[in-house]
Each structure stands twice: as structure tokens, then as C-alpha cells.
Design a protein around this ligand. Structure first.
Ligand SMILES: Nc1nc2c(ncn2[C@@H]2O[C@H](COP(=O)(O)OP(=O)(O)OP(=O)(O)O)[C@@H](O)[C@H]2O)c(=O)[nH]1
Length: 317
């Protein structure tokens, strides 16, 4: 994990009508990094499309499925998810295609965003309460003057925090989009391991973070004898949420091979445990989408490294 003091990390919700070029842009932004995809809203409460990690920032690109289809029950469910994805996001990227006129679908998305993230100031002007970035996609094929015209139109339409034009197809201005997105991310620690490129649920991600944090504390004293599992994440009932006491409970086990290793793991007066919990508080809260409490149990699984059954239980297969 990177220890850059000015590291930025956060969630960016990507919105736009179908066909605006969302997938193409995300792929271009990711470059050679493989996008992780996960659609586990029931556990993660957000649909992570891709995680863009560099030495300076980590941007978690979150999908907002269904923002444009509110009519059916499924649409409603998707909309609830959109609310959560949006509510959690540090910034929103609103994609509009340069090769089409702004239409009713775009206006619907805009009013949705406004109802959630804006207020009117004394002069009657809309002000965004979180950054909403306008991304003009598919600018290839536009002349200079057409581009300027589109940008002006877009500015009048959305009063965006910033506007950035791009052609993902021609890889034109992709770097700029990346940097505009990164600038909107708050300062904060890396939330997902750099190497995370495969589809993973929050359990695996958190287990990996815990293992990494202990290894850092332990200074390579017993790196290979340490396995971590997240045994469960319990989300609070809606009612708990309402009174503001809702916290997710994350239960994790740390497996060591011998009981003599336990004091090393815990540290003097359980100092290691306390430090790891403190270090991971923010990343874990972000991953589960709310405040959380981490409960760690140190367990002994004798010879787990050479026992296929134990290995499988610990997620090595
Ligand atoms: N000319 C041009 N076409 C593009 C560009 N980006 C995407 N397209 C095309 O636009 C179409 C839709 O692109 P996608 O990236 O699949 O759009 P999407 O928004 O992910 O679509 P949904 O998954 O339906 O929401 C495809 O035919 C792309 O080839 C671009 O920068 N320039």
C-alpha cells in the first residue's frame, strides 16, 4: 500500500444515458490496468465498475444502473441503488455525447442530481453541494468551433463544477479527464489493494487489507504463517439507521500456526491490534458504505499451510 501523505482516494459515480460512451471511457481511463467488475449490491451497496490506482490516487468508479429507467419495480429497486451509489460518491461525472443534442433523458438525470446535490443560493442560482463534472464524450469528428459551441451549451445546461471534453475512442484528452477526476477526490488512504484486479466481494478485499496491515506492523516476522478471513459483515436494520446508530459489524479471523505466535500478532498490550484497527477504519467504512466496527479474533489453525481442507477454508484454492 502506498504511504503518500497527500494520497487522494474516493468514489466517483458515473452517470449518463445508455450509449454515451461510458464503457469506452472507463476502459480508456484504466489503460492497461484491468477493470474489476462486481455487481453485488446486496453486500457492497454499490456497484463498482473499476478501480483506478496510481501512486498518487485511487479512484473507485461506481456505476449507477437504471438512473434513466424509473418506471418498473425493478427500475425502482435500481433507483434505490442509484441513490446509495450517488449518496456515497465523492463526486459525480455526468457524461453527455457530443454527437447528439441534449435531450429529455439528460434533463431527467440532471434534475435527479439536482434534487440530491444542489441548493439554490439567494440569487436563485443552483449550486452543487458535491462536485458534478460534465464530461463531453465522443468529440472526435467535431470541428474546433463545433466543440466550443458544445462546451458552451453544456455549461449553460448543467452549471457543472468543471467540464472536460474527451474522445475515448481516439484517446484524445483522456489524461486530462483522469486528472480532473483525481483532483475531486478527497485526501485519504488507499482503500483497495493496488493489485486488486479480479472480481472480489468486500469480504476478500477487507481480509486482504487486514493481512497487509498486520504484515506491515510485524515487519516480516511471520509473513507466511498469517491468513485472514472475513467471516461476516452484518449491516444494521433500517430502524437502526434512522436513529443514526447504524454500524456495520465486520467479523474477521486471523489464523496463525502456533500459540507462541499470538503475542507477536497482538503486540505489547495488544498495540498491534489497536494500530491495525485504527489504520483500517476509514478504508473499511468506505468499502461497506457506512461506519463500521471491526472485530478481530486470533485463531490457531495448526499447519494450515499444508492441510488442503484448511487451505480451502482460508480461501486458498
Ligand atoms: N465516435 C466515438 N464513438 C464512441 C466513443 N466512445 C464510445 N463510442 C461509441 O459509442 C457506442 C457506445 O459506447 P459504450 O462505451 O458502449 O457506451 P455505454 O455508455 O457504456 O453504453 P451502455 O452500456 O449502454 O450504457 C459504441 O458504439 C462506441 O463505439 C468516442 O469517443 N467516439
Amino acid at each position: 500500500m502506498t504511504e503518500n501523505v497527500h494520497y487522494r482516494s474516493g468514489f466517483l459515480a458515473v452517470v449518463g444515458r445508455p450509449n454515451v460512451g461510458k464503457s469506452t471511457l472507463i476502459n480508456a481511463l484504466m489503460g492497461t490496468q484491468i477493470a474489476i467488475t462486481s455487481s453485488r449490491p446486496e453486500t457492497t451497496r454499490k456497484v463498482i465498475r473499476a478501480i483506478l490506482t496510481t501512486e498518487d490516487y485511487q479512484i473507485v468508479l461506481v456505476d449507477t444502473p437504471g438512473i434513466h429507467r424509473p418506471r418498473t419495480l425493478l427500475g425502482q429497486r435500481l433507483n434505490d441503488m442509484v441513490d446509495e451509489s450517488l449518496a456515497d460518491a465523492d463526486a459525480v461525472a455526468f457524461l453527455l455525447p457530443a454527437n447528439q443534442e441534449i435531450g429529455p433523458g439528460d434533463r431527467r438525470i440532471l434534475s435527479r442530481l439536482r434534487s440530491q446535490f444542489s441548493h439554490k443560493d439567494e440569487d436563485g442560482n443552483w449550486r452543487w453541494t458535491k462536485p458534478v463534472l460534465g464530461v463531453l464524450t465522443k468529440i472526435d469528428g467535431l470541428s474546433r468551433s463545433e466543440l466550443v459551441e458544445k462546451l458552451i451549451e453544456m455549461d449553460q445546461f448543467g452549471n457543472f463544477t468543471e467540464i472536460v471534453p474527451v474522445s475515448a475512442k481516439e484517446y484524445d484528452n483522456v489524461e486530462e479527464v483522469r486528472s480532473v477526476f483525481a483532483q475531486q477526490m478527497p485526501e485519504g488512504p488507499q482503500m483497495y489493494p493496488t493489485e486488486q484486479v479480479t472480481e472480489e466481494g468486500p469480504e476478500e478485499t477487507i481480509a486482504e487489507l487486514i493481512r497487509g496491515a498486520f504484515l506491515e506492523q510485524l515487519d516480516d516476522e511471520l509473513p507466511h504463517s498469517l491468513a485472514v478471513t472475513v467471516d461476516g459483515i452484518e449491516y444494521p436494520e433500517e430502524d437502526d439507521d434512522a436513529v443514526g446508530e447504524g454500524r456495520a459489524q465486520v467479523f474477521a479471523s486471523i489464523y496463525i500456526e502456533r500459540s507462541s505466535q499470538k503475542p507477536i500478532i497482538l503486540g505489547k498490550g495488544a498495540a498491534n491490534l489497536v494500530r491495525v484497527k485504527k489504520k483500517l477504519r476509514t478504508p473499511i467504512n468506505r468499502i461497506v458504505g457506512m461506519k463500521s466496527t471491526l472485530t478481530l479474533h486470533v485463531k490457531i489453525a495448526k499447519d494450515w499451510q499444508s492441510d488442503p481442507k484448511k487451505l480451502e477454508r482460508l480461501g486458498f484454492n
